[in-house]
Design a protein around this ligand. Structure first.
Ligand code: CIR
Length: 255
């Protein structure tokens, strides 16, 4: 199962996160980020994951979002190619930090692609083209994933959504939690069971299934009502982190 995990990589927050990319140009407060992040790590420990903590990288404001420069598939790690110039250098550093956890490492040499645009469902990957992921990057990743035995579909991320997974997440074997905009995607509609959240609850669509628990961003009352019927949920506060367009999945790599 795609959400059955034993290990997780998380990076400790850097003070420069105050200068992280933010579509609304909001500067988050470092101390508040630290509190939210410490709680995230605590929950992962309580879920019995082996937490591998990486050191902060001050030079890269967005570097706590380790989901973007790499993906993991089986015993393989693929180092991606983040498109924003302020984030591209993260890939070289994270490669050196994590390569020993995996048997094989691959690299995206051409085109741009970030992990937030990649949704893994068993041996299948959906890549969402976005302002951060272009066709060449998606095709290069498809080539590598195909060689590892996985299939890939390439979709468009709806406009004004940063990453494909900003507003969707896999919550069961064939169930994807989606925002209203994501629910309109033909590819998702025709291939998966979609659980659509009401308008105004988009922030809860970036939930994170880990083994038998569903981690859901705090503060979405309707989403909680809907999800708690079928899932054992843990609410996690991400108010400060969401000021820089990030959520639960962005802050870790899991396998
Ligand atoms: C960025 O714009 O790159 C960061 N401020 C947020 C990254 C969020 N990552 C993700 O959704 N996977």
């Amino acid at each position: 199962m795609t959400y059955s995990f034993k290990n997780i990589i998380i990076r400790k927050p850097n003070k420069s996160v105050q200068n992280a990319l933010s579509s609304q140009n909001i500067k988050p407060n470092f101390e508040n980020i630290l509190v939210e992040h410490n709680n995230y790590v605590k929950v992962m420990n309580e879920l019995d994951l082996k937490v591998n903590l990486l050191e902060p990288m001050e030079y890269f404001p967005d570097s706590i979002f380790v989901e973007d420069p790499a993906i993991i598939y089986k015993e393989n790690c693929i180092i991606l190619n983040p498109s924003d110039p302020s984030r591209n250098g993260e890939k070289k550093i994270i490669y050196n930090e994590i390569k020993d956890y995996f048997e094989n490492t691959y690299f995206i040499e051409n085109g741009y692609i970030e992990g937030g645009d990649i949704l893994n469902i068993n041996n299948h990957f959906i890549i969402g083209l976005s302002s951060r992921t272009n066709k060449l990057g998606a095709e290069n990743l498809s080539y590598i994933l195909n060689s590892l035995g996985a299939s890939v579909s390439i979709c468009e991320t709806p406009k004004n959504i940063l990453h494909f997974k900003s507003e969707c997440s896999l919550i069961d074997d064939d169930v994807i939690l989606v925002s209203n905009k994501m629910a309109k995607l033909e590819y998702l509609k025709s291939n998966y069971h979609l659980l659509e959240l009401p308008l105004g609850e988009e922030g809860a669509a970036n939930s994170l299934r880990i083994n038998d628990k569903l981690l859901v961003p705090e503060g979405f009352v309707k989403a909680n009502d809907i999800l708690s019927k079928n899932y054992d949920i843990i609410n996690i506060k991400v108010n400060e982190i969401s000021k820089v367009d990030a959520g639960l999945s962005c802050m870790s790599l899991r396998w």
